[in-house]
Design a protein around this ligand. Structure first.
Ligand SMILES: [Mg+2]
Length: 308
């Protein structure tokens, strides 16, 4: 009985649809104009919705592999050891050969140079958040960053040799206590008010670097961002940064030690032309448009043959 009842309901619907579809429709010019306007508006709405749909969640998809590389790749880990092993050789060479009486110093950045914040990045991916100073402040307060492989050992080796370690970081003062706790917990040397130089007024690190250089000879600068070495690299285009890097190539590995960071940095801003306020869709488009592409002439032919 129940099946028969359902069948009759379906048949009734089919009859109504048939009547509607086969009814003569009177079309006049006015109605046609209204319909066209409606269609245009509907298309605009669809476009707006699809723009809105490209959310931070989608943009965060681009962050997944970069974050995963730092967390899951033993190659990343090996590069870090390689970097600090190399730094030790450079320092040993200086200790053996340089007779200057001026005290030695090493200037290191913190984030993604000696401590790893990828758990924060993964948190953004997990919650569909973009970066914000509020979540970042909470992360700093929790002091859960882990050490970059080889960093604690190298900086303690330097400290044991009488080299002063200065942490020149653009973490703001709101994160001071958490940063002190985090670095001390991990066993880094010289974590005190004199050596931990957070951002007070400007992100330009030149002033803090100059303050260290007044009384010290800086043997090495270490960072994941070229701005950790000189503000000359700041706020430049991709091409300008390339040219500057090429012009300073002899300093890399001898004075400037670079750690890899695929997750964020000045390099990302270059793709956005410095427009960090762009929408997730715009950021994605700008990143993709900045890619150097192979213009394969066979692509069209292959597509056509695949369709047959
Ligand atoms: Mg950094």
């Amino acid at each position: 009985m129940k099946k028969l009842k359902n069948l009759s309901i379906v048949l009734a619907f089919m009859m109504v649809f048939t009547v509607v579809l086969t009814s003569p429709i009177t079309v006049n010019a006015e109605v046609a104009t209204v319909s066209a306007e409606k269609i245009v508006k509907a298309e605009e709405i669809v476009n707006e919705v699809s723009k809105e749909e490209f959310t931070t969640k989608k943009l965060n998809e681009q962050l997944v592999m970069a974050t995963a590389w730092m967390q899951a790749s033993a190659e990343y880990r090996a590069i870090c050891y390689q970097t600090f092993n190399w730094s030790k050789m450079v320092l040993d060479n200086d200790l053996a050969k340089n007779t200057s009486k001026m005290p030695r110093a090493i200037i290191v950045d913190a984030d993604e140079t000696i401590i790893d914040n990828t758990a924060y990045q993964a948190h953004l991916i997990d919650r569909d958040y973009g970066y914000s100073s509020k979540t970042w402040a909470a992360w700093m307060q929790d002091a859960e960053a882990i050490a970059i492989p080889g960093a604690v050992e190298f900086l303690n080796y330097a400290a044991d040799k009488g080299v002063e370690v200065f942490y020149v970081t653009n973490r703001k003062m709101v994160g001071y206590e958490g940063t002190v706790k985090n670095l001390k917990d991990l066993g880094f040397p010289h974590v005190d008010k004199e050596h931990l130089m957070l951002r007070v007024d400007t992100s330009n690190k030149d002033v803090r670097r100059e303050a260290v250089k007044k009384d010290h000879r800086v043997v090495l600068y270490m960072g994941d961002n070229l701005n950790d070495f000189s503000s000359d690299f700041a706020k430049k285009s991709i091409e300008e940064r390339f040219t500057l890097t090429d012009n300073n190539k002899d300093k890399f590995g001898t004075q400037y030690i670079v750690l890899p960071n695929p997750t964020y940095g000045e390099w990302v801003g270059t793709m956005y032309n410095g427009n960090w306020g762009a929408s997730p869709q715009e950021k994605s488009d700008m990143a993709k448009n900045s890619l150097r592409k192979w213009n394969n002439p066979r692509e069209f032919v292959e597509q056509k043959s695949a369709e047959k």
